[in-house]
Design a protein around this ligand. Structure first.
Ligand code: GDD
Ligand code: MG
Length: 351
C-alpha cells in the first residue's frame, strides 16, 4: 500500500517575524476555506491503493492537525509526535520505521504540507508514473522546471532533457547551491528543481539511511520502538530522539544516494518558503505591500506592516524586504531572505 506521509513540523523561521512557532503558514486558510495542510492531506485521499495519511508533527500542532483532518473528512492512519524538531531526515526515517513494523512492503509518498499544488489530477498522474520505480526499490523525486537561479531549493541533474511525466534516472542531487552554481545549472538546461516530494518503499529509504546516514538509525529506531500512545497520538521517545542529528533528508540521504529517479512535474507548484517567494507571488510592477504602508520610488521590494498601529514608509528602496510586526522588524536585501533562518537561529542563541 502507498502511505502518504505529511510533514508539518517545520518552524517556518524563514518567514520571521510573521511566521513564528505558533503561527505556521500551512494551517492558515490562504484562499477560500481550505488550508495548505488540508489540501496536502486531500491530495491522494480516495485514490485506490492509498492508505490513510501518516502525519509527522510536533506537540504544539497535534490538535490543529486532527481538527483540520476531521474538517476535511480524512482519518489519519497515525499522528507521530516529535519531542523536538530535528529537521526532515529523522522525521521521515521515523515514519518509515513505524510503517515497516506492520507492513514490510509499505510504499511512502513524503509530502511537505506548506506547498501549493492546485492540479490534483496532474499530481496523481506524476505519482502513478513513479510507482513502478518505487516498487523496484528506487527513490523517486519530482522535478519542477526552473525559471530562475533559486538557491533555496534542491536541483536535480538529469542525464537528458526532461520528458514530462516519464521517470528518468537522476545523475546528481544538489541541495541549496550557491548563486553561481544555480545560475550555471539554470543555463545548462538539464536540471529541474526538487519539489521536496519523495516516493519510495520504506525498505529502500531505510537502506539509504543505512548507507548514507547510519548514525541516525539507532536513535530514531529506539524513539519509534519506545513510542508511547497518547489519546490517539504516538509520542516518539524523547531520550533517544534527542540524540538524533538535526539534518534534512536532502543533505543526509538524497545528495548521496545513487538510486534516484525523477519524474518531471509540469503542474503548477509553489513553496512560499521565504520573503522573496512571497514578494514574487504578490508583486505588481515589482512592488508588493501589505497593510499600513506608503511608498515613494520603491522597486523590487516587499514592504509589509502587520499592525495598523505602525505605519511603514519606504522611500527610494530597491530589492529590499521590510516586515514590521509589533515586536520585531525585518529589514533585508531581497536576495538574502534565505538567510533569515540563520539570523533567527543566532537570535535565539543569544536568548
Ligand atoms: N515533522 C517535521 N519535523 N517536519 C519538518 C521538520 C521537522 O523537524 N522540518 C521541516 N519540516 C517540514 C516543513 O514543515 C516542510 O513542510 C517540509 O518539511 C520541508 O521542510 P523545509 O524546511 O520547508 O525545506 P526546504 O523548503 O528548505 O527544502 C526542501 O524543499 C524544497 C522545495 O520546497 C528540500 O527538499 C529542497 O530540496 C526542495 O527544493
Ligand atoms: Mg519549504
Amino acid at each position: 500500500e502507498l502511505h502518504p506521509i505529511l510533514l508539518c513540523g517545520g518552524s517556518g523561521t524563514r518567514l520571521w517575524p510573521l511566521s513564528r512557532k505558533s503561527f505556521p503558514k500551512q494551517f492558515v486558510p490562504l484562499t477560500g476555506e481550505t488550508t495548505l495542510f488540508q489540501a496536502a492531506a486531500a491530495r491522494m485521499a480516495g485514490t485506490p491503493g492509498v492508505a490513510a495519511p501518516v502525519v509527522v508533527t510536533n506537540s504544539d500542532f497535534r490538535f490543529i492537525v486532527t481538527e483540520q483532518l476531521a474538517h476535511a473528512g480524512i482519518d489519519p492512519g497515525a499522528v507521530l509526535i516529535e519531542p523536538s524538531p530535528r529537521n526532515t531526515a529523522p522525521a521521515i526515517l521515523a515514519a518509515a520505521l513505524q510503517l515497516l513494523a506492520s507492513d514490510p512492503g509499505a510504499l511512502m509518498l513524503v509530502m511537505p504540507t506548506d506547498h501549493e499544488i492546485p492540479d490534483r489530477e496532474a499530481f496523481r498522474a506524476a505519482v502513478a508514473a513513479g510507482m513502478p520505480q518505487a516498487q523496484a526499490g528506487r527513490i523517486v523525486t519530482f522535478g519542477i522546471r526552473p525559471d530562475r537561479p533559486e538557491t533555496g531549493y534542491g536541483w536535480l541533474e538529469l542525464s537528458a532533457l526532461p520528458e514530462s511525466g516519464r521517470a528518468q534516472p537522476l545523475v546528481r542531487f544538489v541541495e541549496k547551491p550557491c548563486a553561481e552554481r544555480a545560475a550555471a545549472m539554470l543555463a545548462e538546461g538539464r536540471y529541474l528543481w526538487n519539489a521536496g516530494i519523495f516516493l519510495m518503499s520504506a525498505a529502500a529509504l531505510k537502506a539509504a539511511f543505512e548507507a548514507h546516514a547510519p548514525e541516525l538509525l539507532a536513535p530514531v529506531a529506539e524513539a519509534v520502538r519506545e513510542a508511547r500512545a497518547d489519546l490517539g497520538f504516538l509520542r516518539l521517545a524523547a531520550g533517544p530522539w534527542e540524540k538524533a542529528r538535526d539534518i534534512s533528508v536532502d543533505f543526509a540521504v538524497m545528495e548521496r544516494a545513487d538510486n534516484l529517479d525523477v519524474v518531471p512535474f509540469d503542474g503548477a507548484w509553489s513553496d512560499l518558503g521565504d520573503w522573496n517567494a512571497v514578494w514574487r507571488a504578490a508583486e505588481v510592477q515589482g512592488l508588493a505591500t501589505h497593510g499600513a504602508v506608503t511608498t515613494m520610488d520603491c522597486s523590487g521590494s516587499l514592504i509589509w506592516s502587520e499592525t495598523e498601529a505602525m505605519h511603514v514608509m519606504g522611500i527610494g528602496l530597491s530589492d529590499t524586504v521590510v516586515v514590521a510586526m509589533p515586536d520585531a522588524v525585518l529589514v533585508a536585501d531581497r536576495s538574502r531572505t534565505q538567510e533569515v533562518k540563520e539570523a533567527v537561529a543566532a537570535l535565539k542563541q543569544r536568548g
